[in-house]
Design a protein around this ligand. Structure first.
Ligand code: MG
Length: 266
């Protein structure tokens, strides 16, 4: 099942996105949130007639950094053995939905995309064992962990570099059928359009993740309680590059569709 959140003529709603053909999808309003079994209100709209928003309203976005060896090498000029995966937070105010602009302030330079598979948490989760990770996950989505590489290195702490408003596009929806995904072979790509020319910049696979999904959730929940709706970003593969106002960035994960966002000057 696909859960989304939409803006429609009467307001904002969580919805189930239904339909076989991608051109003919329908957004069916649910009474509550995506974290329980859906109860439908009866209102529905063609998806083409409404605007998709970020599919979740997280209390926090928890992210794993340095989880792909090739990305560690390109950014940190170090081996992943010397710089193991690390944990950081992106504030909920950085979250935007599909097609919303990534807005770059003047002081944020070398702002790069990071295409990532992400998890949406489905229930209160603390001290979860790796083998039980699926029990606390509502579904998968896509995140672009937008990062000012210059601020990241200048500050030491990553909060500002990765926490700027609009620096966490999420979407287009939450796919709950996680057993349909093969995490040992899941394609993750980033396509950057500059001056009307589109190039694939990231072309990798979740099988390159250093810390696997169960380990990630055990590692995070040993420290902090996850709440329904929280987002976990699982790390970016190599190929990240700077974006500029006027560009369009698309992150594509097999089975999850494409998360597209234009880039603007704030
Ligand atoms: Mg990242």
């Amino acid at each position: 099942m696909r859960f989304g959140r939409i803006a429609h003529p009467e307001g904002f709603s969580f919805v189930v996105i239904d339909g076989q053909d991608d051109k003919d999808l329908v957004a069916k309003e649910i009474k509550d949130t995506p974290y329980t079994e859906p109860e439908f209100t009866g209102r529905e709209w063609p998806l083409a007639d409404v605007k998709l928003l970020a599919p979740t309203l997280p209390s926090k976005v928890v992210a794993i950094g340095r989880n792909y060896a090739d990305h560690v090498a390109e950014v940190f000029k170090e081996s992943a053995e010397h710089l193991p995966p690390t944990l950081f937070l992106k504030p909920p105010t950085s979250v935007v939905g599909p097609d919303a602009a990534i807005r770059i302030p003047e002081f944020a330079t070398k702002v790069e995309f990071e295409g990532e598979l992400a998890v949406v948490v489905g229930q209160v989760a603390k001290n979860v064992k790796a083998a039980d990770w699926k029990s606390v996950v509502r579904g998968f989505t896509i995140v672009n962990d937008v990062s000012s590489r210059d601020l990241q290195f200048a500050d030491g702490q990553w909060a500002r570099a990765k926490g700027i408003d609009t620096f966490c596009p999420v979407g287009p929806w939450i796919e709950t059928d996680i057993d349909a995904f093969d995490l040992d072979n899941l394609s993750i790509k980033a396509h950057l359009t500059q001056n009307g020319v589109t190039e694939t910049k990231q072309d990798s696979n979740s099988n390159q993740m250093i810390m696997k999904m169960g380990e990630i959730i055990e590692f995070i929940t040993a420290s902090m309680t996850l709440l329904p709706g929280d987002v976990i970003c699982t790390g970016s593969p190599a190929g990240t590059e700077a974006m500029n106002p006027g560009d369009v960035i698309e992150i594509e994960v097999a089975g999850l569709g494409t998360l597209r966002n234009p880039v603007e000057r704030a």
